[in-house]
Ligand binder design. Sequence first.
Ligand code: ATP
Ligand code: MG
Length: 362
Amino acid sequence: MEITDKVKFMSNDETDIIIRLKNLSKNFGEFTAVNNLSLDIKRGEIIGLLGPNGAGKTTTMKMISRLLIPTVGEVWIRDNGELKLLTRKNKDSLLDHLGFLIENPTFYDHMTPRQILSYFAKLKGYPKKKIRSRVEEVINMVELEGWIDKKVGTFSKGMRQKLGIVSSLVHNPDILVLDEPQTGLDPKARKEIRELLLKLKHEGKTIFLSSHLLYEVSEISDRIAIINLGKLIAFDTIRNLETESPDSLLRIQLLVLPTDIAKMRDELESIIKPHTGMKNVSDIVSYNFDTQVFEARFDGSLENQSRIFKELAQNKIDVVDFSVPRTSSLEELYIRLLSGMITIRNPGAEKQAKESAGIMEG
Ligand SMILES: Nc1ncnc2c1ncn2[C@@H]1O[C@H](COP(=O)(O)OP(=O)(O)OP(=O)(O)O)[C@@H](O)[C@H]1O
Ligand SMILES: [Mg+2]
């Protein structure tokens, strides 16, 4: 299939597409940092761009912002109901729809958040009379209201990062492109940013964010794009990626810890094994001594999950907790994809296109 066909295939409804990256490549001399990347971002969704250090995430975002010009390929952005090719001529008007946070934001130490945000809002043409209240509104979003008139020079890294995030959205753009918005933040601040991004999504914003933290991205993204060595290697919903994953993990916590762990393991193995949806796999069940739970591998399907649960109940196994950690299968898939152990054909083509293609083990 030609790449151009693939792009056409990607969306069932073209009018939902708000950003289209088409065969995007960036070379630095002989080195290809981004390699023929195509993906469509739809209105109102959060897309997580995931990949290890050096994968090409920042380079991709810089090409959207036109901080870098693609060596090959195109960026399309919706404007007045129409997808338009981003060019040198129209970049100022098209990019007004977007807010960017790319790499670590740097601010003048002697300036205050109020000054900085007012400056950005003005620069982006935000209505003059509304700037003051808008600046206060976005500062409240990240709970920095007590710092609005303090000099940035005294700010912690996390506070600067929060200021960076709101500086990208002070002009109230429809689309946010955020490069590692949670990097350098402590767990509490990371959670605050996660909640802020979800809130923005509910207000109708479209968000394209990068990270190398699988958990951070999978918690909030509607779809995940995984890139490695500049190439898109997967692009789908978390649910679909999980079912692509060779196996999922089921955690089973028993009411009473058995005196004979090995015997219990064997018993669970015989009960669960016929319902895992996996062929020719031995040692389905193992015991995790750290967490004191039994763990069973299965194909991740909801049907098998409920079958296993039913079988355990019928065999009078007293289960107090039964969980499928969301990220475990994704993590497994991520690692296998990055190591090249498995590949997904046609990453980016959606379910209907992928059903026939499936996943190749190799
Ligand atoms: N201006 C440049 N000149 C030469 N090489 C570059 C340049 N910018 C990026 N690269 C290279 O391109 C590759 C991709 O870099 P990029 O910054 O896009 O990765 P990333 O996915 O954002 O990584 P990280 O998670 O570390 O931020 C890297 O190997 C990097 O060294
Ligand atoms: Mg980067």
